[in-house]
Structure formats: C-alpha cells, structure tokens
Write a protein that binds this ligand. Structure first.
Ligand code: TYM
Length: 342
C-alpha cells in the first residue's frame, strides 16, 4: 500500500480552510492508502504561544480529526512530540539543509516580518526541516495539504534527494542505482477545489487561524447562529448573479467553491443552480449547507472530547505504530551518515 501522511498545527481553532484544504480529503484517502495523521504540536511552538493551552489544543485537534471522519481502524492518529524520531531526524536533516533554502521560504518571510526579528525563534526558520522529517520518516508517497504548503513540500523533496545523493550512494548502487535508498521522494496532493479557501472579509487573502478578526473565518466548531451571522456579514460585491472564476469577483468564487464542497455537488451543478441568484438567496442556501455539513461533525466532536480514555488510547496506539516505522528510518539514517551505533 502507498503511504500518506499529513498534519495540522494545534494553534487557534481549526477552520473551514483546514478542513476543505486538508482534513476532508484525508477521509477519502484512508480507504485506499496506509495513512498517518498527526497533530504537529512541535510546530505550534515556533511562534509565541500559550504553554497552558498547548496540551488541551492538541487533544481538541485530535478529537476534530476523529469527528471529521478519520477512522482509527484504518488510519494512525498520533501526536508529533510522542514520536521522538521527528526531532532526531530533524537534527540530522538540518545538517544537510542549506540555510538559503530556509531563508527563501515565503511563510518564514511573512511570519518573521510580522513578528519582528527579536521575537522570532530559530525554530521558525528551521520549521520546514521538521516538516520534512515528519514526512520522510514514514517514507511517504503522498502528502495531502492545502496550496500554502506547496513550497514546504518542494523543500522536502529537494532535501530527500540531497540526502539520498550525499549519503545514499553505496546503497543506491546495491539497489541498482535507481535512487531513493534512504528516503522516498514524496509528492503533494493538492485538491482541485478547496486548496485555498479565502477569508470571508477579503476574497484576496486566505482564511487563516491567525487573522485577528474571527469574522474572517468559519471555525469547524462555530455554533449555528455564529455561522449564520458570519455569512450574513461576509464581503460581497454589486454584480448580479453568482459565477465562478471571475477575477473581479474573488468573494463570489470563493463562496461558490465552499458551497460546492459542503453540498457535495459538482462545480457545474453549482454554477447552474446559482447563476441567477442574488447574494441574499445564495447566502441563505450557503448557510444551510454549511450548518448541515458541520453539525454532525460538532455532535461527534462533543462525544469524543468527553471520552478522555478513548482519546488517550487512540493517541497511544497511533504513536506506537508510528514509532515503529519512524525509528527504523532514523536508525537507517544514522547508519548511512556514519554514526557509531550502540
Ligand atoms: P496548518 O496547521 O497551517 O494547516 C493545516 C492544513 O490546512 C491547510 N490550510 C488551508 N487549506 C485551504 N485553504 C486555507 N485557507 C488553508 N489554511 C490552511 C494547510 O495547507 C494544511 O494542509 N506546516 C503545516 C503542518 C505540517 C504538516 C507536516 C503538513 C507539519 N508537518 C507534514 C503535512 C505533512 C501547517 O502549518 O499546516
């Protein structure tokens, strides 16, 4: 079976972008692939954060995965920091990562500009190396993520190739010189719709956990009246009818895509259904579709989060299974890099 890994940071609240860009797609993939879904708590400390909230946020994020439909009889769900090999491999990989690659990362540039140099920990710069180790440890074939992770995936691929080249030489030859002896080179899986869900208050910027206004996003756990209110107040335009792909109407395109994904209809069906609607009518069907889609997730979430023993067991089993594979990879890397083994 081909293998898939992906994760979400336990920071802020999980929103519709995280769901439509990533988590919703995991659910479809777990039937066909060997899947590992982790909560990346180590990534969550790369910007100032609240230590008292981290463990709670980690549990909540795990419960969201399960509520969204991650099936633990098929997928392994675990907490990144519970599998020590993530940090270990990161150090080994960081020795092979040119600093220029990291300085070029868009997310690093944006986040560090916002925070200011004195507030930026070194970990924000090396963040993509940790992400690469999350992926390479499992010899993953595919990584389902939103559009904003594309550059990180590109770096992961380059790093895998570089380490294979630097340290995989002898092994490669034994295997027929086809490469990939140390790491498999993974590919991103970016969905055709939902890969970049935009803010409700500005159709040109992406929906994000860190945007100051909560009105800009739909959180997965928002109650019905909050969802209704956010859609009621979201940004619109003064065109008539609703249409996809008009560059002058980013908000319209974004909300039609959201409607498409939560209603389960095709793009063509939605285009036809909504072409003569005004904003008022469209907002009302969108609100209903969102609530219908999210309500069952919220009900399951409440059940799961109130059963602490169950959640602990899931995370324990997930970590055990993950550690088996991760330890084997990291041991192999130590070996390939010439370390004295005990
Ligand atoms: P994070 O926590 O920022 O986001 C989690 C997932 O949600 C996607 N996403 C979006 N998709 C569509 N529209 C949006 N507005 C939107 N906002 C976020 C992200 O693309 C991502 O798939 N570095 C990662 C976490 C990570 C990871 C990994 C992912 C760490 N290690 C290994 C995959 C594999 C991150 O910060 O995602």
């Amino acid at each position: 079976k081909k293998r898939i890994v992906s994760g979400v940071q336990p920071t802020g609240s999980i929103h519709l972008g995280n769901y439509l860009g990533a988590i919703k797609n995991w659910i479809a993939l777990q039937n066909t692939y060997d899947t590992f879904f982790f909560i990346v708590d180590l990534h969550a400390i790369t910007l100032p954060y609240d230590a008292q909230q981290l463990s709670k946020a980690t549990r909540n994020t795990a419960a969201i995965y399960l509520a969204c439909g991650v099936d633990t009889s098929k997928a392994s769900v675990f907490v990144q920091s519970h599998v020590r090999a993530h940090v270990e491999l990161m150090w080994l990989l960081s020795s092979a990562t040119p600093i220029g690659w990291l300085n070029r990362m868009i997310q690093f540039k944006e986040k560090s500009r916002k925070a200011g140099d004195e507030n930026v920990g070194v970990a924000l710069l090396t963040y993509p190396v940790l992400m690469a180790s999350d992926i390479l440890l499992y010899q993953s074939d595919f990584v389902p993520v939103g559009e904003d992770q594309k550059q990180h995936l590109e770096l992961t691929r380059e790093l895998a190739e570089r380490v294979n080249y630097l340290y995989g030489g002898r092994k490669w030859k034994k295997l027929g010189g086809r490469g990939g002896a140390i790491f498999k080179v993974p590919e991103p899986l970016i969905p055709p719709a939902g890969a970049r869900v935009m803010s409700l208050t500005d159709g040109l910027s992406k929906m994000s956990k860190s945007a100051p206004s909560d009105q800009s996003r739909i959180n997965l756990l928002d109650p019905k009246d909050v969802i209704a209110n956010k859609i009621k107040r979201c940004k619109t335009d003064s065109f008539s009818g609703m249409e996809f792909d008009n560059p002058e109407r980013p908000e319209c395109n974004n909300l039609l895509s959201v409607y498409q994904l939560v209603s389960g209809k095709t793009k063509e069906e939605v285009a036809k259904e909504c072409q003569d609607m005004n904003w008022g009518t469209f907002k009302s069907i969108l609100t209903d579709a969102l609530i219908d889609h999210l309500h069952p997730i919220q009900v399951r979430y409440e059940e799961i989060i109130s059963d602490a023993a169950y959640l602990d067991r899931v995370l324990e089993e997930g970590a055990t299974k993950a550690a088996d594979i991760a330890d084997a990879t990291v041991n192999n890397v130590y070996q390939a890099m010439g370390f004295l083994r005990r």
